[in-house]
Design a protein around this ligand. Structure first.
Ligand code: ASP
Length: 357
């Protein structure tokens, strides 16, 4: 009787060992993806499933992962909470922390891709910043949601599932930093938040979406425009803060002293969200000239959501010392200028950066 029990125990132990070996083998085959959480509506919570009021950045990353069925079948997942803010409170400090963490993780052989959960308000800026300073061609994917986790038909869980699917897929290498939402894959260079609250907010009006991801099935159509990641000259190694760059929003009869006031307040560079093709009234143009003469670069972007600011349009950039942002919108043009200003550059060099990146 005793021997029979012992035999059963040994058999059970062997079975357990085999089972754990099988689980281990399966885990080893899956790619390793780290999710870096920063907050946003995807981690937001409200009191009613049908009300529009909520607070961003309430749910922690482990709870967010646990809320997504089958997500652990896509990759070996690990979450890290980098911040938990609405992205209206995203800061240069969080950007630098995030970039350093990503570079450390991706330098190792044990991480195949990164997902970042992030509010949608400034997601395109973070994506574009990381596109300049991440030193790896492994996939880096930002995602978020328009509806908080407590809302009826919250789309965050599927967005997170799809973002992990893209980050875990070997074919996602070499596309630069990506934004995945609403079944679409967008490039950091092309993506723009186009609509205030509906789920189809992210669009790439000039470049078009780079691909789609439908319930984890990844398909790419084309690569992005511009230098990025491993081909970018920019780096945050040793960088603790970035130079102050302010944005002037142009309109009919805009006060011409705004640029002067920003320079006085300590701005090291100015972006003008110009009217039309990066235009501004005569007084503002003169203020831009004063700033550029003092060595404060002024970049002309546009408040119009779609299109390129022409190099040779109504404004002669050489005369005013200004630079065209090309197709970068004002907020991304600001990111590039902050990084560019870490080094002294001529107007021509700056213009080349806007053409190349
Ligand atoms: N205000 C929110 C944020 O950017 C909006 C969102 O995530 O959709 O964090």
């Amino acid at each position: 009787m005793k021997t029979k029990r012992m035999q059963m125990r040994t058999a059970l132990a062997s079975l357990m060992l085999l089972l754990s070996l099988a689980v281990f083998a399966q885990e080893k085959q899956l790619p390793n993806v780290v999710i870096l959480a920063t907050g946003g509506t995807i981690a937001g919570a409200g009191t009613s499933a049908t009300g529009s009021a909520y607070t961003s950045g309430q749910v922690k990353i482990e709870a967010m992962i646990d809320a997504v069925p089958n997500i652990r079948k896509l990759a070996n997942l690990r979450g890290e909470q980098i911040a938990n803010v609405g992205s209206q409170d995203m800061s240069v400090k969080i950007w630098i922390d995030l970039a350093n963490r990503i570079n450390t993780l991706l330098a190792g052989n044990d991480v195949d891709g990164i997902v970042i959960t992030h509010g949608t308000d400034t997601q395109e800026e973070t994506a574009y910043f990381l596109n300049l300073v991440v030193k790896s061609d492994k996939p880096v994917v930002l995602t978020g949601s328009m509806r908080p986790s407590t809302a009826l038909s919250a789309e965050g869980p599927l967005n997170l599932y799809n973002a992990v699917a893209v980050a875990a897929n070997p074919k996602s290498k070499g596309y630069g930093v990506m934004v995945v939402m609403n079944d679409e894959i967008h490039s950091a260079h092309g993506v723009k938040k186009m609509i205030t609250t509906p789920v189809q907010t992210f669009q790439s009006p000039e470049e078009g979406m780079m691909g789609t991801v439908i319930f984890g099935e990844v398909e790419f159509f084309h690569k992005t425009y511009g230098l990025n990641t491993v081909n970018s000259e920019f780096s945050v190694a040793g960088v603790k803060e970035l130079p102050r760059v302010d944005i002037v929003y142009a309109c009919a009869d805009v006060s011409p002293d705004l640029i002067d006031l920003m320079v006085k307040a300590g701005a090291k560079g100015i972006v003008v969200a110009g009217v039309g093709d990066g235009n501004m009234n005569a007084g503002t143009l003169e203020a831009a000239k004063r700033a550029t003469k003092m060595g404060i670069p002024v970049v002309r972007a546009s408040r119009v959501p779609v299109g390129t600011v022409l190099l040779k349009g109504e404004i002669n950039d050489e005369e005013y010392g200004t630079v065209s942002s090309m197709e970068l919108n004002p907020q991304k043009a600001r990111v590039l200028l902050m990084m560019a200003l870490l080094k002294k550059r001529s107007r021509e060099d700056l213009q080349k950066l806007y053409i190349d990146y």
